[in-house]
Design a protein around this ligand. Sequence first.
Ligand code: SF4
Ligand code: SF4
Length: 442
Amino acid sequence: MKLLTFKGGVHPSHNKEATEHLPLEKANSPKVVYISMSQHIGAPCSPLVKVGDEVKVGQRIGEPQGFVSSPVHSSVSGKVKAIKMMTSPGGQMTQCVVIENDFTDEIFEEIKPYGKFEDLSSSAILEIVKNSGLVGMGGATFPTAVKLSPPKEKPIDTIILNGAECEPYLTADHRLMLETPEDVVEGLLAIMKALNVTKGYIGIEDNKPDCIKAVSKAAEGKAGVEVVGLRTKYPQGAEKQLIYACTKREVPSGGLPMDVGVVVNNVATAAQLAKTIRTGMPLIDRICTVTGSAVKNPKNLLIKIGTLYNEIIEECGGFSTPPYKVISGGPMMGISQFTLEVPSNKGSSGILCVTEDEVKPKETQNCMRCAKCVNICPAGLQPLFISAYSLNDDYEKAASYRALDCIECGSCSFICPSGRPLLQSIRVAKKEILAKRRKESK
Ligand code: SF4
Ligand code: SF4
């Protein structure tokens, strides 16, 4: 199989050995779940329940507010004990519905199988996507219904499923593709039908040959579906890089995948859509890889959304040694946690518990103008200059160096021999530039 790739990128150690061969395990149902009203990019939901209400599994408890938003459902049956603000894995404060589990697993009466996707119309599939609270499950959490509703002037001719899982340590997508490849393919076909598209790719990195084999077998005889091997390189799963690898189309600066006729979804998002169509159950659980040298028994767990991170870690035997850091997601793009009293959400693809040896930061020194960051930047940027202007509070100049095209992959920080805070400073610049533009547009 010919391997596809993109320009730039880096080669961090994969560190997937601890969990890549471990089958999925269903986590215990927690006594209490904390369901965030903000598990997606866009406007938070408004709670549909109040303290004292009884809820059932799959019942809608959060109503989306606005076009870019997504409903939220209960992952357990039980009683609403509180509605309170809590810290999310992203570090923001978020409103959560606290539900005491009654362990009866009573399913909400409106949950019914939708049948076969082949028998559904495009608009019916889109409606299911919208009502099931489906979001980008690779971690981006962009509402899928919005992604699948491009404006008329942006015709889509290609769907790409991201099965790269290029973040080191994480193996949630790996196990999903290996154990339920038919769901991945069926989800892709459903998305293709929803958008009236005849071409679909499933891109998988070549460090997962077992997945390439399993998904290829599931795709046999499915018209328009092509499984492609991707060269293992970070950030192979980033949208623009994946589109280039599969189609050789380049998303323009400041543009979106739909500008080149493409919609990209994660393999887990597609598999969830297939599951929802088959069972009627909205998105209430997901696979989460719990790994790193500081966790006793690394696992790939199917968790109920709303389970606290500390309970998920306990399910893996707790810490084997005090962790230096606990990261939500992978080491390249994940977010360090300052408390473990955070509820898992639709984007919780991994919990990484690392020792100091695993992520020891380099000592920060002056930039030596080696240009390594420039050579590897997958977006074709000059990170050293954007960072320098950002650190000088000169955000206009940072913008002129295309700071907003940064995909925040962290490759520059990874490669920099001087340990410069490149990604952090570029993030600050992006935030400032966008805030200024918002202010001006008002
Ligand atoms: S500048 Fe942005 S896109 Fe380029 S390597 Fe750094 S984080 Fe990645
Ligand atoms: S990699 Fe680091 S030291 Fe080299 S040019 Fe970029 S910022 Fe400077």
